[in-house]
Design a binder for this molecule. Structure first.
Ligand code: APR
Length: 250
């Protein structure tokens, strides 16, 4: 990837910034061996989300949905954070206010050391009872019942603790993400197609509020035209290089 050239204005804004938000999507975990959803090789290119990632699908065929999430959980458990996750965690100590807002359910940001983090779409590392809300570790639930969702002591069924299409985002989490995007000085978007709402609206919100908007994605997105700085390369290369520049600027 080309070395990153920062204009004096961008360097000054990075030096002076107090509040930074990192907004991430499936692309940040691509170099950890996890699939994205859209684009070449994306899961939704060969699987139907309406049959796998909706409450209706779970009602219609709980075993199929459970087995699919068990497969995905297996890929996540076998994966490791990559240099992009590590660089994002490294930046946390450089800013008085720094938060990672992720659409990912893989937990790789936490495994890389990120602490201040909001999971907009939940997590595949946990299962939750549909009836009483009791939570448990997903790996344990799968080990107990690999073929179909295990039952809770209340008689309810466990499901992956992710947000499915057609479901609302966790209110408190989204409210915090919204506040962070509306008040940040720097908004870094990494590895998201920016096509799923309401999450994608955070990009527009931050840009509209005057934040320095940086986009990392090998492919253009609907928001690329708004970017003050666009790094058209893989996150595993672009984010560590950007982190070096941010560190140098501060
Ligand atoms: N580095 C950076 N970006 C990458 C890389 C990489 N190595 N590889 C691919 N990308 C980019 C793609 O160009 C694409 O724009 O990552 C993006 C992934 O987009 P999506 O697959 O649409 O993933 P995401 O934006 O996270 O999807 C949002 O949709 O399916 C739902 O709930 C799911 O959270 C997900 C949401």
């Amino acid at each position: 990837m080309e070395p990153i050239e920062l204009t004096p204005e961008i360097r000054e804004r990075l030096r002076a910034a107090a509040r930074m938000v990192v907004f991430s999507g499936a692309g940040v975990s691509r170099e950890s061996g996890l699939n994205t959803f859209r684009g070449a090789g994306g899961l939704w290119e060969r699987m139907r989300p309406e049959e796998l990632a909706t409450p209706e699908a779970f009602r219609a065929d709980p075993a199929k949905v459970w087995q699919w999430y068990a497969w995905r959980y297996g890929t996540v458990a076998a994966a490791s954070p990559n240099p992009a996750h590590v660089a994002i965690a490294r930046l946390e100590s450089l800013f008085p206010s720094y938060i990672v807002v992720t659409q990912n359910v893989d937990g790789l940001h936490q495994r890389a050391g990120s602490r201040n983090l909001l999971e907009l779409h939940g997590t595949i590392t946990r299962a939750v009872c549909e009836r009483c809300g009791r939570g448990r570790e997903m790996g344990e639930a799968i080990a107990e019942s690999p073929e179909r969702p295990p039952l809770c002591v209340c008689g309810g069924r466990f499901r992956p603790a992710v947000v499915w299409f057609g479901e609302a985002l966790p209110e408190e989490v989204f409210a915090q993400a919204h506040e962070a995007a509306a008040t940040c000085d720097v908004f870094l978007s990494v590895g998201t197609s920016g096509t799923v709402w309401p999450a994608a609206g955070l990009i527009e919100l931050a840009h509209g509020a005057g934040a320095l908007f940086i986009e990392v994605n090998p492919e253009p997105t609907p928001f690329s035209r708004l970017a003050d700085l666009r790094l058209a390369g893989p996150a595993g290369e672009a984010v560590p290089a950007l982190a070096d520049e941010i560190e140098r600027s501060r």
